[in-house]
Write a protein that binds this ligand. Structure first.
Ligand SMILES: [Zn+2]
Ligand SMILES: [Zn+2]
Length: 267
């Protein structure tokens, strides 16, 4: 346990868990937290960046013979999602680097399809110059009605629009049966907001990275839900003292089978 706490930069004090040294940095929520000369810097974690690039490269290599517009349609939601996720943190450098890596992969993809053609021919077929932007991976395609339109690869550096998940039509926030749905919805919305992510980091650290129901580790693979110990419909507050992180499976057990989530008390 001590080694684990050391790794995430924590130590236990008598009253509470607190951060004493995060100079070595730690990863959580796909981000790396590190102190650089006294200032907390949060950026996409190396693991997250590598995993995302692997996924993109996988799609590009599987779609060797796909049409350009089909490839763009597959890549754009991935790029948009990744950009939105990292928007609250210092991600410009990561975005620029990622964009370059993806460009190189697409250039290889394009050249491999036309071995007999020279680079200039390949560039003209797959890349365009649009105002000040060079090498835009795009093509003219048709929409569902058959009307032509210009489709291009989503730009990580470009503007990102905030979108809210639509609320289920039959959702009543004060129906106890829908407490869990409400929690999930709130979590989705909160994930777009930096101050809420900071709350999860605090919860995660105060629980030493363990689920408040089964006491085993919460990881990227297991995932986690933000659970209110006293349900909001019964007047439970949104304060951290009333919230714990639990595995999604454990969360279902709490709401449907009466298992108990316990706020850890560190002594
Ligand atoms: Zn659990
Ligand atoms: Zn819950």
């Amino acid at each position: 346990m001590t080694a684990y706490l050391g790794w995430i930069g924590l130590t236990l004090s008598t009253e509470k868990t607190r951060i004493v040294n995060i100079a070595d940095g730690f990863d959580f929520l796909g981000w790396n937290f590190r102190k650089y000369s006294g200032k907390l810097l949060i950026k996409p974690s190396k693991k997250n960046v590598q995993a995302f690039y692997r996924n993109v490269k996988e799609v590009i290599s599987v779609k060797k013979t796909a049409k350009q517009d089909d490839l763009i349609r597959l890549l754009n939601p991935m790029l948009r999602g990744w950009a939105q996720y990292h928007r609250p943190v210092v991600a410009t450098a990561a975005f620029t680097k990622m964009e370059h890596q993806i460009f190189c992969a697409l250039w290889r993809w394009a050249k491999r399809r036309h071995r007999g053609k020279n680079a200039e021919w390949v560039r003209k077929k797959y890349f365009a110059t649009i105002e000040a932007r060079n090498w835009v991976f795009g093509t003219t395609t048709v929409d569902k009605k058959g009307d032509p339109f210009w489709l291009e690869l989503y730009s990580l550096a470009g503007t990102q629009i905030r979108r809210h998940k639509k609320v289920r039509a039959d959702y009543h926030p004060f129906d106890p049966a829908q407490e869990m749905y409400g929690e999930k919805l709130r979590q989705t919305r909160m994930s777009e907001d930096m101050s809420h992510r900071k709350q999860w980091i605090k919860l995660y650290m105060s629980q030493r990275g363990l689920c408040a129901v089964c006491q085993s580790k919460i990881t990227k693979e297991t995932g986690w839900d933000d659970h209110h110990i006293v349900p909001r419909v019964l007047g439970g507050s949104d304060a951290l003292g009333n919230r714990v992180l639990v595995h999604p499976g454990c969360h279902i057990q709490v709401h449907h089978y009466g298992r108990i989530a316990v706020k850890p008390v560190l002594d």
